[in-house]
Write a protein that binds this ligand. Structure first.
Ligand code: UDP
Length: 342
């Protein structure tokens, strides 16, 4: 619930995205008024279509890189605006980097102006290909700053820096969540991530693409758990001068994930081994002691249950992007491809 039991005016940047749209739903459900902002570069209008006529929801189409509309006011600001799957954030790496850096700067300036609390959706990618396992927040990471993932990793690292500089300067009250791999309904079928790829491939009996030998690990958190963690972090009463990991520590290899999905879908797919992408992290698992102690947060949804819900959602008509989704993405990429990001 919002501050002192009263409803808040919450700005969600990245509202039409996979996590952003679930966050909007949760905020509206608890009684807040939400201003959703998105450029539809990777977010989808259909993710927030059900909120279009909702009295607690308004939508602003904007790119956080650009100066924000002067009329925007909020008590709480979430910044989830950024392409987040490797193929999508690498498609326009300059825009990705600027989205994190300039977008966070613009939204922090707005937070300072409104006296709003600011929550940054950072990422486990700040740890790069980690040499410390599981990843604890005090670990500085192992990022290749010149590689193809750097636009996202270094962009988010710089965004974190901006947050803590605003905080130290007393200009904004910030919270930084380092979000680990998250999955659930409303993932884009074409975002190229392992969960969406494997599920759509299995449901269509196409080859399951495993990059490398599939021995690399990830730890997957169901989106509802993640949103609950974000809300707890946002409403925590005192200042938090460090980033907080939010993720599910249940670790498995990509091969194990594929085997589970194949068994759950009864698929006839075969495995196809492909090249491992450059700088692909070998192991990833969050240490969530800080989130447990500070926020009393632990993810509740077991992988089996979350995968069942996600498989059901993809099977119910979300196996491919719609023609509208494709057009939207092309239109959005033309719009962001302006001289400021070149
Ligand atoms: N991956 C895979 N097959 C796919 C997509 C991804 O084997 O079709 C691997 C990828 O190389 C990585 C892991 O699955 O090791 C997770 O990839 P994802 O893109 O979901 O997220 P990341 O954690 O790399 O950002």
């Amino acid at each position: 619930m919002a501050k002192g039991g009263t409803s808040q005016r919450v700005l969600v940047a990245g509202a039409a995205g996979f996590i952003g749209s679930h966050l909007c739903d949760a905020l509206i459900h608890r009684g807040d008024t939400v201003i959703g902002l998105d450029n539809f570069y990777t977010g989808l209008p259909r993710n927030i279509a059900h909120l279009k006529e909702h009295p607690q929801f308004t939508f602003v189409r904007a790119d956080v890189i650009d100066p924000l509309p002067l009329s925007l006011r909020a008590d709480l600001i979430f910044n989830l605006a950024c392409a987040a799957s490797p193929p999508h954030y690498q498609a326009d790496p300059i825009h990705t980097m600027l989205t994190s850096v300039m977008g966070t700067r613009n939204l922090l300036a707005l937070a300072a102006d409104c006296g709003a609390r600011f929550v940054l959706a950072s990422t486990s990618e700040v740890y790069g290909d980690p040499l410390v396992h599981p990843q604890v927040e005090s670990y500085f990471g192992n990022v290749n700053q010149t590689g193809p993932r750097a636009c996202y990793d270094e962009g988010k690292r710089a965004a974190e820096t901006l947050c803590f500089d605003y905080m130290r300067a007393g200009r904004a009250d910030v919270r930084v969540a380092r979000i680990f791999n998250t999955y659930g309904p409303r993932m884009r079928p074409d975002d190229g991530r392992v969960i969406s790829n494997i599920i759509t491939q299995a449901l269509e009996n196409r080859d399951i693409t495993i990059y490398g030998d599939g021995a690399q690990t990830r730890s997957f958190c169901f989106v509802n758990d993640l949103v609950a963690g974000l809300l707890l972090l946002a409403s925590h009463r005192s200042a938090i001068f460090k980033a907080i990991n939010l993720g599910n520590p249940t670790e498995l290899t990509v091969c194990e994930l594929a085997a589970r999905v194949l068994a759950m879908t009864g698929s006839r797919s075969s495995i196809a081994l492909m090249d491992l992408p450059v700088d692909d992290p070998k192991r990833r698992k969050p240490d969530i002691t800080a989130a447990q102690r500070l926020l009393g947060w632990t993810p509740k949804v077991p992988l089996e249950e979350g995968l069942r819900d996600t498989i059901r959602w993809f099977a119910a008509g979300h196996l491919k992007p719609t023609v509208q989704d494709r057009r939207q993405r092309v239109r959005a990429s033309h719009q962001i491809n302006s001289p400021r990001s070149a």
